[in-house]
Each structure stands twice: as structure tokens, then as C-alpha cells.
Design a protein around this ligand. Sequence first.
Ligand code: ADP
Ligand code: LRH
Length: 469
Amino acid sequence: MSRFAAVDLGASSGRVLVADLSEGLATTEVHRFPNGPVRLAGRLHWDILGLYREILTGLRAAGPVTSIGVDSWAVDYGLLDETGALLGNPVHYRDDRTRGVAEQVAATVGAEALYEVSGLQVLPFNTVYQLLADRLDDAATMLLVPDLIAYWLTGEIGAEVTNASTTGLLDVRTRSWAVPLIDRLGLPAGLFPRLRQPGEAIGGLRRDVAGEIGFSAPVRAVASHDTASAVAAVPAAGSAFAYISCGTWSLAGVELPAPVLTEAGRAANFTNEAGIDGTVRYLRNVMGLWLLQECLRAWPGSSLGDLLAAAARERPFAAVVDPDVPAFLPPGDMPARIAAECRRTGQRPPSTPAGFVRCVLESLALGHRRAVRQAMELSGREVEVVHLVGGGSRNELLCRFTADACGLPVVAGPAEATALGNVLTQARAAGLVADLGAMRDLVASTQELRRYEPSGDTAAWAEAAARLT
Ligand code: ADP
Ligand code: LRH
């Protein structure tokens, strides 16, 4: 059998995809469902049981497969009590309960000391800060979202390493839990289960789960951090590439053989997340299409396609903002926040939805430019091409702007890189693909990609970039 199922939970939608590797890499999306924050009694949550139900629906639609892999967005988790029951509904990383926690930890432990151990950028929602904001009295185990889903499917407990690297509690050098740091922070070390590597078998489906979906299959660990799976499926040849995994977030950076733990990298908030096969994803978070998603939410009934077409006709660089200002992080009225940022920086805010979309896409391209340039400078890696994968690769205007802003060719696609990285890691474990290079070659030779050459209009983009500082 050469059919594999990927369960891929993004922050804006989830899907179950089946890949058939008997001839090339043929994929079918058998189920897709929306995902997003649920505000409940003043706290922002994920609807984890709703997601679980959709996963079962997707697996039922997939039918018998060789194995199943699960990935999701990073950092968020469920807490289990000593009987294995879920304690409370997992909280969304955009919830504000971590306000001030990172600053407190920096004041007590030191930001440099944390970075030295974990190599992780400071984002207010890193797992470490969430755990410090939570009540842990009854908690016996912390499971990141894909590990929680795998536990519900199989009954097996573990922590997949690429996603564990986003907690802030993994030692970036040894790729094991940073127990001295965990102790120093006063967190119970027993919360953190044994680590798993991508490709490792997790276990068979529970009998009741198999009964519900109509077949049984093993669940295999993949690079369960969605961004790690996406980077694994970047259709690159060689190493002179940057990637932008562009969905709700844009994760922009380079793939390295070892972490970069310099003060300059820390100051630029660059992160060293664990990639497949011991690689390091040296990248930074750019606010991503969240900006556009939240604008659309403010304009009920609007059509993304129409707005993108109208945005293409807008005047260039009428207003640009730094996409990464912290005010854009929580849910809320995004056009109002963008307008406020325009005013704060002495620019006239857009006055129409098309104007806002133009502003968002140019600002995001500027964020891509900054991150790609910094990644090259900080790592010393030469970059000849930028691979843009994820849902954003379907946005032609954004791809064109990114090529122009970076002054580099952009190869766009695949849009479902994460799910492809998920299934290819399973296929490799099953002996159907040789190595990471062969996984990437297969993506490059089977998926539709589009190349955007930079226009050469670098002066205009440089001038716009200067407005961000
Ligand atoms: P996530 O995994 O974070 O949920 P995705 O990688 O699925 O995100 O990307 C979702 C985003 O991709 C959407 O918010 C939208 O901006 C963009 N997108 C998806 N399809 C299209 C399309 N046909 N045209 C333009 N943009 C698209
Ligand atoms: C993208 C992502 C990203 C994390 C964020 C929480 O989906 O996993 O890599 O920083 O979600």
C-alpha cells in the first residue's frame, strides 16, 4: 500500500489529505473544515473537540491508508490529569493571559540565558509563557496539539521534537528537554513526555476510533509543527534558498545544519526551531495573512478574489505599515488598527477595502523582505531563490510583491506544502522515498509551481522599507 493520510490543522483551516505514491505523488483533499478562535467567558480558546470530530470525518472519508500523520500550528497544548483526562479546553495563543509574562521571565532568568538554551525568539505566546500563566496544580502531562490528537487516536503519550522546539523548553543543542531551565522556572519536569522523532511509529488506532472511521492504521510521528512539515516539502534543490511558509503567519528564513545563537540574531528575534533530520529552521515570524483574514472578517460579504483584483489597481505605496507591530496580534477590528498605525507614522490611512488590502500586501512583502535579508545576513547563507509555500502562494499579487521587495525570484507553491511534508515523512519511513532531497525532488517534479522574477524596481521598495523603521 502506498496511500498515506495527513491530518493538517492550520490556524485558519484544517484538512485531511490523502497522498498516493504508487506513481509520483497524487493528492486528494478528502475533507476541509474551518478553524479559528472561540471566545468563551473572557478567554480565547480552540474548539478542540470540534476539530477532533472533523478529523474523524476526514479519516472516514480517506478510507484505508498505510499510516496517518498529524501536524498543527505550534505552541498550544492540552493539559492531562493523572488519569489522562483533558483538563479544560486548550487556550488560543492569541489569548492575552500571557501579557507581561515574557518580560517577567526576562527580568528574573534573563532573555540572553533563555536564548542561550532554547535559541527561540521571544513571542508572548511561547508555550513556556503560557504554562507560567496557567494553573498547573492538577496537571500531570502537557501535550502539544498534534500530540494530543495522536493520544486521542492511539492512547500513546509522547512529544514530537520539531513542535517541542517551539515551547522554549527544549535545549537547542541537544534537542532534549532543558531540565535545568524547566527546574529554574519552577515548572514540573514531569509534565513533559518522552520525545519522539519524525518518522517514528506512535501506535495503532484505538479500537473504538478504528470502529468509528471504518479501518485501522498505525499513526506515525511526522514533523508535527506545521512549519517544519512545510519546510520539509519546499521544492528546493541545493541549499541556496530561503523559504516563506505563508498562511496565517509568514515564517521566513533559511535551513541550516546548526543553530545560530548570536546576540545579533537574538536582538532581531530570530529563532532556531528544530527541522526534520537535525536541520535548524532559522527564521522569524512575520504577522502573515492574519492581517488580511482579520480585515475580511471586518467586511462581511466581501470576496477575497474581487478585493485582490481591486487592490492590484490601487496606487502603489500609498501607505505601508510594519506588519509586526504587537497591536496586530489579537483578534479585533484590523482596518481600524491599520489606520491607527498609518496615522501614528504620519501617513494617510486607506479609505476603501481595496486600499487596505493593497496596504496589507505591500506591508507583508516588506516584512518578507526584512526577514529574508536578515536571515541571509545573520546566518551568512547565500540565497538565490525564495520558495513561498502555503495558502499565500495562491495570492499572485503577494508573490509578485515579495519577489520585487526581496529583489529575488520567488517560486510559489505548493499551497499544501505542510500536508505534503506530513505524508512524505510517512512515505520515507515506509521506505518509499530515500531522503529529504528525494522528498523535495518529488514535490518539485509533481506539483504545480509558479516562478515570479523580480521587476527590478528596487528603489521604490527600498524607499517603502525605510518607512517601516
Ligand atoms: P493556515 O495553515 O495558517 O490556516 P493556509 O496555508 O491554509 O493557512 O493559508 C490560508 C490563507 O491563504 C488564506 O487566509 C488566504 O489569505 C490565502 N489563500 C488561500 N486560497 C487563496 C486564493 N485562492 N487566492 C488568494 N489567497 C488565498
Ligand atoms: C504557523 C505556526 C508558526 C507558529 C504559530 C503559533 O501555523 O505554527 O510556526 O509560530 O503557528
